[in-house]
Ligand binder design. Sequence first.
Ligand SMILES: N#Cc1c(-c2ccc3cc[nH]c3c2)n[nH]c1N
Length: 260
Amino acid sequence: AQQRLDVVTIFPEYLAPLDLSLIGKARRDGLLDLHVHDLRDFTHDRHRTVDDSPYGGGAGMVMKPGPWAEALEHVVAQGSAGEAGGAATTGAGEPARVPTLIIPGPGGERFTQQVARELADEPWLAFACGRYEGIDERVYEWAGERMPVRVLSLGDYVLNGGEVAVLAMVEAVARLLPGVIGNAESLVEESHEDGLLEYPVYTKPAEWGGRHVPDVLLGGNHRAIAEWRHEQRVQRTAERRPDLLPPAAASTALVDLEER
Ligand SMILES: N#Cc1c(-c2ccc3cc[nH]c3c2)n[nH]c1N
């Protein structure tokens, strides 16, 4: 199955890291069909203007609606016709007519592993990278009449634009696609996959700077190793992210910790 991704941005070069490593290999292997579009290609003035001052005053600039509508219409036309790469197909093998549009923003729904799983099931995603003080609100309304739109936030801190968020979201989603991560084993027992943080990992040498690898990991008792690793995950989650634990488990784990 191939997922089509379209990204619209005024900084196409910001998406260059998606040519590297596992995501780059997934693209070369045909698992991912990524198209990056420069928003300025959808302007018509000499200065390729994408922003203007905000109605109502205030600091900064707002992204104009016109270029965004033209860019998104181009994405829909190109993607549904299968131009410049594959037409995304639904699970039923039907060509997808429109993408799900993801608009990163600090005021969005929290992007979590669960959201990443949902997006990994979509045949076609489009990402609109805002800059400045954001995108004219009418673009959200216009797009919402034509395709599913999700406004997503990486977390409660402020970035200068959507590109960094798109890099994170694309990596989190693409790695869930079949064949992208060589060993599917790596996708289990990792943080946020099943509600617990990951266990500590070690490799050679067995002794380093006077610090030793836990004995249980040096033996061959796989049951004891699995139990130790699970206990480490619960303890680490209780210490660092008690909010991830159900209340009862959190207090039990913390009591155990305090008794140590
Ligand atoms: N996602 C996300 C974001 C952003 C963000 C996203 C887009 C724009 C466009 C202008 N400023 C932006 C900030 N800030 N913090 C997050 N978690």
